[in-house]
Design a protein around this ligand. Structure first.
Ligand code: PNS
Length: 160
């Protein structure tokens, strides 16, 4: 059985992530969405919230599960028996960002990264832009699953 790991910060999960997870779910027998907890980053949403929102957004995909991870990604993949890392690409900038990580992960353990191109209608959707729109009082509803809207606005208010 080919298990794939789809890692990311998911701060917050977007419709772009849902699109990539759905495409990955058709290619692999099981997909583990790994919500990364990185102590060097200060996310808008805490890891439990990111995990809950991603779980809700992907609940309709029966062969997709969602877990938090905090260590080396390749170690998480080894522990879960995953043979593939899967990432979504919106364009060339994503490839430039992802390529060194794909090469490093392969150098570390031999694990391959498979890139999936997402829906072109979502090519402008990014968690960083969603956070910025929310911080400036804009409407994020077109870009994220329904449950994410209130959670992001709540986190923005709490952050002051
Ligand atoms: O959504 P992001 O922030 O672009 O995701 C980056 C992520 C979480 C995939 C990357 O930082 C990662 O893999 N972190 C886990 C720690 C690790 O393995 N670092 C070495 C990567 S070569």
């Amino acid at each position: 059985m080919t298990i794939a790991v789809l890692p990311g910060s998911f701060d917050p999960v977007t419709l772009g992530h849902v699109d990539i997870a759905a495409r990955a779910a058709t290619l692999f027998e099981h997909v583990i969405v790994a919500v990364a907890h990185n102590s060097a980053k200060t996310p808008l949403l805490d890891v439990d919230t990111r995990l809950a929102l991603a779980s809700g957004a992907l609940a309709h995909l029966s062969n997709v599960s969602v877990e938090a991870t905090s260590g080396l990604l390749v170690e998480f993949c080894r522990e879960r028996g995953a043979g593939v890392i899967v990432k979504g690409l919106r364009g060339g900038a994503d490839y430039d960002y992802e390529r060194p990580m794909a090469l490093m992960n392969r150098s570390l353990t031999g694990i391959e990264t498979v890139f999936i191109t997402g829906d072109t209608a979502l090519a402008h959707v990014a968690s960083s832009l969603v956070r910025d729109i929310a911080r400036h009082g804009g409407d994020i509803a077109p870009y994220v699953p329904d449950d994410v809207v209130a959670a992001v606005h709540k986190a923005v208010r709490a952050a002051g």
